[in-house]
Design a protein around this ligand. Structure first.
Ligand SMILES: NC(=O)c1ccc[n+]([C@@H]2O[C@H](COP(=O)([O-])OP(=O)(O)OC[C@H]3O[C@@H](n4cnc5c(N)ncnc54)[C@H](O)[C@@H]3O)[C@@H](O)[C@H]2O)c1
Length: 255
């Protein structure tokens, strides 16, 4: 345990089996939150729960849970609220996208990416909303991307750019609708973070150099770089932060 900064808070973190979701779920629990994770990947989600258990952290998880299915997501929120007595925060980290250049991208890739990046955010927010209202407010954290602002040389991110541009715009709307209920909604736009999703593309010749060239701090990001900031967004210290997007990218989009 690192602190009791989030003591009394219940956080649902999607995609807790890998990468950013895993890093965030463990970090929130290390700061005293009770965490309900979820993932479609049962083995990965179980591994996160076991890691937490070894540290004595209060982290449970629903798996398999397919975030593109509204009924699965409703079950996740109902279960978290029942188990922990309510919900104070939702971190929508679970997502999936196809990375192909337009010439290789099929209509099916396009549709599945928008479903995997946009529907999952809608489903999470829709199902948690009533629980956050009942609690007198709460914090939603979504993931946009540096790709919502700029194209990255060599990256086949057409559908991903559309999905993340959508998350950026959705988050502002959620903040507006949430204001009267003290529900805060913010997004984070990470630069390249080393995760299960990015490891294969980092092995493509020259790609890592292209990524590092854009960064002012010359290293790739780690899930913890994001998780520290999410800890703040979930805390009461961030009570006046809503409708904003935060670039955590080693300066990549600041040129
Ligand atoms: N890693 C990066 O460089 C980067 C950069 C910008 C934005 N992001 C965004 O951050 C978020 C997390 O990315 P990551 O790199 O940690 O990804 P990741 O692939 O490493 O982890 C995502 C997790 O979500 C799960 N998941 C995917 N679709 C699901 C579904 N339908 N139902 C349930 N679980 C599902 C996966 O099984 C996986 O465990 C995503 O929204 C991603 O687009 C990542």
């Amino acid at each position: 345990m690192l602190s009791e900064r989030l003591k009394g808070k219940v956080a649902v973190v999607t995609g807790s089996g890998n990468g950013i979701g895993k890093g965030v779920a463990l970090m929130l629990a290390r700061h005293g939150a009770q965490v309900m994770g979820c993932d479609i990947d049962v083995a990965a989600a179980t591994a996160t729960v076991n890691e937490a258990r070894a540290e004595g952290l209060p982290l449970e998880s629903l798996h398999p849970c397919d975030l593109t299915r509204p009924e699965d997501v409703q079950r996740l929120m109902d279960g978290a609220a029942q188990r922990f007595g309510g919900i104070d925060a939702l971190v929508n980290a679970g997502a999936w996208g196809a990375f192909r250049m337009i010439e290789e991208m099929t209509h099916g890739d396009w549709k599945r990416t928008l479903e995997g990046e946009l529907d999952v955010v809608f489903n999470g927010c829709k199902s948690v909303w009533e629980y956050l209202k009942r609690r007198g407010g709460g914090s939603i954290v979504n993931f946009a991307s540096a790709n919502a602002y700029q194209a990255l040389k060599g990256s086949g991110a057409l559908a991903h750019c559309a999905g993340k541009g959508g998350v950026l715009a959705m988050t502002r709307q959620l903040a507006m609708e949430g204001g009267p209920h003290n529900i805060r909604a913010n997004s984070i736009s990470p630069g390249l973070i080393v995760t299960a999703a990015t490891k294969p593309v980092l092995e493509l010749p020259g790609f890592k150099d292209n990524v590092l060239e854009k960064m002012m701090i010359k290293r790739l990001g780690q899930p913890e770089d994001i998780a520290w900031f999410v800890t703040f967004l979930v805390s009461d210290e961030a009570g006046w932060l809503t409708g904003a997007d935060y670039h955590i990218d080693g300066g990549a989009t600041a040129w």
